[in-house]
Design a protein around this ligand. Sequence first.
Ligand SMILES: Cc1cc2nc3c(=O)[nH]c(=O)nc-3n(C[C@H](O)[C@H](O)[C@H](O)COP(=O)(O)OP(=O)(O)OC[C@H]3O[C@@H](n4cnc5c(N)ncnc54)[C@H](O)[C@@H]3O)c2cc1C
Length: 387
Amino acid sequence: MEFELSEEHRLIKDTARRIAKDVVAPRAKELDETCEYPHDYFEAFKQAGLLGMALPEEMGGTGNGILPLCLAIEEVAKYECGAGLMLVLSGLPTRPIMFGGTPEQQQQWLPAAANGDLKGAFCLTEPDAGSDAASLKTRAVRDGDDYVLNGNKVYISGGTVADFLTVFARTGGEGAKGISAFVVDAKSPGVVIDRTDDKMGVRSVPTAHFSFQDVRVPASNLLGGEEGKGFNHAMLTLNSLRPTVGARGIGLAEGCISYALDWARERKVFGDAVIDLQAIQFMFAEMAIQVEAARNLVYKAAWLVDQGKFGRENAHHLSIAKAYATEMANKVAFDSLQVLGAQGYMKDHPLERHYRDARQLMIVEGTSQVQRVVISRAMQDRALVYG
Ligand SMILES: Cc1cc2nc3c(=O)[nH]c(=O)nc-3n(C[C@H](O)[C@H](O)[C@H](O)COP(=O)(O)OP(=O)(O)OC[C@H]3O[C@@H](n4cnc5c(N)ncnc54)[C@H](O)[C@@H]3O)c2cc1C
């Protein structure tokens, strides 16, 4: 068992830390207000080679893996949770192509995504199909050399800036086996953005609502050239990226603790610094316990993914890490805001923003309840055994 970060890991962490301080932190508050997609963040990630970490070298990526991606996400999410999401988005629309695409499809889309020339978005959720994604209704019907796509997708992160969309649509009957995956050029006629959301948090990365109106997609863009495999590609993608959502939670929590600790050293109450109060010291100790527990779960989950262990038999480990780390981030954001008293409630400080941002993490890529469904299923199936 090895708990030390490698030299390569430290280098990636340091690179991300520099970008976090120089590029991400100065604009975090402004972006929360303007909701403008931060192209400068993307450019910094691109220049530093951070966008191809989730992809192997033979597909144009850097082949670093999910653990190093988590380390980078953690650093930038200390200042702005949306910056962490942008790095997650380097994997979310590309990994279905990595898992299910033909070699030609992989070469067509992945090197350009890995080096930041193309941005993608992952289109699974629909107005009537969120947690129950297998009930999605968007339909793709074969017509000559094309499929004709009709339907709606909602809350699509990065949808407004995407060049390509990885879309899950029904080509067959009811249920998961009737779902296929397509790569859709976002500029295709009939791809319409109906609206974007006015969100509680993570406001720098817009979520778009798409309608597909008779969109013609070349049959050569059906992933793997085979119908009915799309749901599996979606689930493998979500499973393998669970640690990255957890990493956003760890970074956010660390950012909260660091800010609140600095403040508590300065603020005087009853003649002493707030940090001298034992009740406050114990709050910080509790936060540290939770962050370190989450870190171990998330790094282990990321390591499992990098070993190729993210199928159904290991899904519970990934769900435990995602659920714990994202719920931890909410508790830490809550308590660190409390340390500042009234000041914590004000937009003069970043803690109210972190508190709003943290809320997203328990919903996206499988809610906390859905993670518990996965974990309890593993216990019933005896994949997770105690005693
Ligand atoms: C900011 C943001 C960004 C997003 N980005 C994307 C994106 O890029 N691409 C994309 O495809 N989707 C995206 N989503 C959608 C997200 O994945 C879904 O919101 C999520 O899967 C939950 O679906 P839902 O909102 O429809 O809730 P529902 O499925 O309607 O769930 C409602 C409630 O029921 C609970 N529930 C559901 N099923 C069960 C169960 N079996 N047992 C117990 N409780 C259950 C849920 O936990 C929740 O509390 C995004 C969402 C948000 C908020």
